[in-house]
Design a binder for this molecule. Sequence first.
Ligand SMILES: Nc1ncnc2c1ncn2[C@@H]1O[C@H](COP(=O)(O)OP(=O)(O)OP(=O)(O)O)[C@@H](O)[C@H]1O
Ligand SMILES: [Mg+2]
Length: 278
Amino acid sequence: MSDTKQLCLSGKGVTKVFGHGKTKTVAVDNVDFEFYSGDLISIVGESGSGKTTLIKMLLGLTSVTDGEIHFMGQPRDIKTRHKKKEYWKGIQAIFQDPYSSYNIFSKIDTVLLDCIHMRGGRRLPKETKTEMMREACSFVNLKFDEMTNKYPFELSGGQMQRLMIARIFLLKPKILLADEPTSMIDACSRATILDFLLKLRDEVGMTIIFITHDMGLAYYVSDTVFIMEKGKIVEHGSANDVILNPKAPYTVQLLNDIPKIHDPWEFSRNRREVSDAG
Ligand SMILES: Nc1ncnc2c1ncn2[C@@H]1O[C@H](COP(=O)(O)OP(=O)(O)OP(=O)(O)O)[C@@H](O)[C@H]1O
Ligand SMILES: [Mg+2]
């Protein structure tokens, strides 16, 4: 499916080493990847496999020890502050902890207004800006009139993540990096956030790189899946191929770790066998 799509972000030999000598950690180890426009790509791996480090390198928050990153077909250049700011118009991120993502002194309307200004809308009439903020809130089922004059910390965790997505809706980056955005909120809000990510892909045409350690979730939302183990990409492909027909032993292990909600009878049968044997 991806063959006809445009390559938007790719990497070759991308490596990140923290520390040196005895404290040396190769967090990301010589990875190659190609992400295509309009896809929802999941990167799956257990804790410490290097997912966040990779995301931070993609965003330009962490330097790359070795390797190359290409953005929209060109070698990425973020050497100056100005170039980095330009790059961030095309690529944005939402992180795990919504509470850490906001300036606590900014009210919600200021948060949203800043996004309009970042997109060059500073001179737009006030009514147009209000209309844009209203539209962004309604995209994520938040009522703008109830949001004005509030601070982000006055919202629930789920509402805050929705506000993060409203920001992304206004910023309209080509690529959204979402680092476990649902892991700190309840199951109901989690499903809602996933639906909004899918809506960003389908209605705004955004490419989404979604980090998770949950294979079930990856299967549910993704077009493409990359599996990371100890800093390396051990398998990648369409969600169907990787999850229904895994090749790497690590992928098989991750799949075996998913709780078998469809297998309650097998569980009780095994228990019976155990007690019969005992
Ligand atoms: N700033 C840092 N300094 C030193 N080591 C680091 C730093 N950041 C990450 N690491 C190490 O790099 C490795 C990968 O960490 P990373 O946070 O990328 O994993 P992760 O896959 O995102 O894990 P999780 O699922 O728990 O979020 C770990 O061994 C971690 O200890
Ligand atoms: Mg992480």
